[in-house]
Design a protein. Structure first.
Length: 255
């Protein structure tokens, strides 16, 4: 399977076009603002706790800074990752090169893997840039690295799922804007499902809670590795990629 050439080509396209740089800039600006605001609030609370020891008893830099930061970063990903994936297949379909690509002696799975892994690599670089934030926190206070590492694992798994959904949406249309909006819409639906779980109650509430993307990310930020949360993201990712593969195969048969 010739995954590597496709992977290199797609990754190069990201960095030779404005996409990667615009996404990186927006992500770091918003993420940096969130980090500054959360850390500044924690610093203020720490100063107040110096005069009120009872208040400082529950003050923890990991829970007060990193957990809210991971939560806010996940919101940014919901908005930005559809922009990363929208062109992967939609642009190929619009320009007519998808037919040429699918007639090469390359399996559909290799094409899909190369494109998906390139977007995942771009995302991993983007997340890697935020390691600066816990580094700054560690300089001023003692940081518990267990919850930080699991928090990053949660972001990687969530991002992998977001990208898989985006790749599937991109394979369905030749319009990049439609692909981006479709990705955002699908992810938003699974994002807000958990909000209705408490009102639904019973079996329906449990099902909605299980399907919610947001619910499965909370444990990671707490430093808890739960098998069901890991399997949820992996299964969701595999399902989206499987549907993408079926979409590509259907187009190959249509010619």
């Amino acid at each position: 399977m010739r995954i590597w050439p496709i992977f290199k080509k797609e990754l190069r396209l990201y960095f030779t076009s404005p996409v990667a740089w615009v996404v990186f800039t927006i992500f770091l600006l918003i993420g940096g603002y969130f980090f500054y605001s959360i850390f500044a609030f924690f610093t203020l609370a720490s100063m107040q706790s110096a005069m009120n020891p009872a208040m400082g008893r529950d003050l923890n830099v990991t829970d007060s800074v990193m957990r809210p930061l991971f939560s806010n970063i996940s919101v940014i990903l919901l908005l930005l990752l559809p922009l990363v994936t929208m062109r992967l297949f939609a642009e190929e379909r619009r320009s007519g090169t998808i037919e040429l690509l699918l007639t090469y002696p390359v399996r559909d799975g290799a094409v899909l893997a190369g494109k998906y892994l390139s977007a995942l690599a771009l995302y991993a670089i983007m997340i890697g840039l935020t390691v600066l934030y816990p580094g700054i926190v560690m300089y001023f206070a003692r940081l518990e690295w267990g919850p930080v590492l699991t928090g990053y694992l949660g972001l990687l798994l969530m991002g992998a799922t977001f990208i898989a959904v985006g790749v599937f949406a991109s394979s369905l249309t030749e319009n990049q804007i439609v692909a981006s909006i479709t990705t955002f819409g699908v992810l938003l639906i699974f994002w807000i499902l958990g909000w209705s779980a408490d009102y639904a109650g019973g079996t329906t509430g449990k099902v909605l809670q299980f399907l919610s993307i947001l619910e499965h990310n909370e444990s990671f930020a707490k430093g808890v590795l739960d098998t069901k949360d890991i399997l949820y993201y992996l299964n969701f990712t595999v399902l989206a990629l499987f549907l993408t593969l079926r979409s590509l195969e259907a187009r190959r048969w249509k010619g």
